[in-house]
Design a protein around this ligand. Structure first.
Ligand code: FAD
Length: 413
């Protein structure tokens, strides 16, 4: 499409974070342009769990029914020990839906991405591919991005949603990614291929074990089955650069129960994901350049909140923009700085909590020996209907620090 005048907002990165933020701001009547580096918009990977703090926002955008039609609403989330397969604890997802008012769903990443892409097009968002952004600067009237082809574009606001290895993050924060030494393998296969593996088709099942875990759930109306295998790489521990390779996968799950071991040969072996995150930072807004999504708060994925936090970011920013726009006088226009300050005040703390809790869950899930047994005993004693560890995440997304519920701290073992 051809640029139709100067946009109000430039969004760098057309992943789930960038597109959902573009939609949220486009719905406020802003002219939004998304610049994506890839030749085509798309997502790699397989399934994505989307909890009520995400489906609540999808409902507000009028996208929940489309998501429901493309995804699956499972019955339970069941956690099992990966060695003896005994159940440790569960969430009854139908009851959880009643508690939070919105469903806990699973959906193929490309389906959720496609939902946002189509919604952006309908909202008049300008969607440009093959645009690589290489530099950022603040200007008198906003911010400017430099493109790899030597050109530049300017707008009152620039959102950097360029992911874990964000160019903007490097320029504005300058920190390094943190390696957990864990790696993820993924696979989505026709459900027929796994029916005899002892799977629970209607549930999300998480098997947790020493230095490994394994996640299973059905996708695409139940026709596909998604699996994620995560383990600590011995090569990473040994300080080698080429860590997480497929030869390590089989060995990591050798001692696990039948259902897990039967799943391992189906994992995709041509691609794997080293589990990296970053330490939380308290400043995401630099003048008129705002970090969003993984560029701002890449988590380890153990709380399944990475994409959700990105979607919440855009929703919160758009709400604060709307407040400012409502209060603005005709001459000066809305106060972007106030909206950005409010966005940063609430989101940095929430995402810091999720990032640090995700790291703590990782430790808890991967325990061995005596500590594994103590953990199992504590998990088994949990009441299925005790929501103290989900309330602070799955409840309504806070717009101010005062609205942020108290955080649940996992039991140290
Ligand atoms: P990205 O998806 O990385 O998008 C960034 C985009 O920016 C890309 O399209 C990229 O091409 C583009 N880009 C990069 N650099 C430039 C540039 N210089 N110029 C222009 N464009 C650029 N989250 C959940 O909520 N639920 C889950 O169940 C879940 N499971 C996960 C399982 C695994 C194994 C992993 C690894 C992650 C999981 N996550 C989950 C996390 C989630 O995938 C991410 O947090 C989310 O996709 C981040 O979205 P984003 O748009 O911020 O970044």
């Amino acid at each position: 499409s051809t640029p139709a005048g100067r946009p109000d907002v430039l969004v760098v990165g057309g992943g789930i974070g960038g597109l959902s933020a573009a939609l949220a701001l486009g719905r406020q009547g802003l002219r939004v342009r998304v610049l994506e580096r890839a030749k085509e918009f798309g997502e790699v990977g397989a399934g994505l769990q989307i909890a009520p703090n995400c489906t609540r926002i999808l409902a507000e955008y009028g996208l929940l029914e489309e998501a429901r039609a493309l995804g699956v609403v499972p019955q339970n989330m069941v956690m099992r020990d990966a060695l003896d397969s005994r159940e440790l604890t569960r969430l009854d997802l139908r009851d959880l839906e009643r508690r939070y008012g919105f469903p806990y769903m699973v959906i193929h990443r490309s389906d959720l991405h496609g939902i946002f892409l189509r919604a952006c097009a309908r909202a008049g968002v300008e969607l440009l591919t093959d645009h690589t952004v290489s530099g950022y600067d603040n200007t008198a009237e906003g911010a400017l991005i430099r493109l790899a082809d030597g050109s530049a574009q300017e707008a009152p606001l620039v959102i950097a949603a360029d992911g874990l290895h964000s160019v903007a993050r490097r320029r504005l924060v300058g920190d390094a990614v943190v390696s957990s030494g864990y790696v993820a393998y993924r696979a989505a296969v026709p459900i027929e291929q796994v029916r005899d593996n002892g799977i629970a088709e209607k549930d999300v099942t998480v098997y947790i074990g020493p230095r490994c875990h394994f996640v299973q759930y059905a996708l695409r109306g139940g026709d596909m089955f998604n699996q994620v295998a995560v383990f600590e790489s011995p090569k990473a521990r040994a300080g080698r650069a080429d860590w997480g390779t497929p030869d390590e996968l089989d060995a990591a799950f050798e001692a696990t129960c039948d259902t897990v071991r039967k799943g391992i040969p189906l994992m995709w072996r041509d691609r794997w994901w080293q589990m990296l995150d970053r330490d939380p930072v308290a400043t995401w807004v630099h003048g008129r350049i705002a970090l969003l999504g993984d560029a701002a708060h890449p988590p380890l994925q153990y709380m399944a909140q990475g994409a959700i936090m990105a979607i919440e970011d855009g929703w919160v920013l758009a709400r604060h923009y709307a407040r400012q726009a409502g209060a603005a006088c005709a001459e000066s226009g809305p106060d972007w700085q106030a909206a950005l300050t409010a966005y940063e005040a609430v989101r940095t703390e929430h995402c810091r909590r999720v990032q640090t809790t995700a790291r703590a869950w990782g430790e808890l899930w991967h325990l061995d020996g005596e500590r594994r047994l103590r953990r199992n005993a504590i998990m088994r004693a949990r009441d299925t209907y005790d929501y103290s560890f989900t309330d602070w995440v799955y409840g309504p997304t806070a717009l101010t620090p005062a609205e942020e519920p108290p955080m649940f701290t996992p039991i140290p073992l």
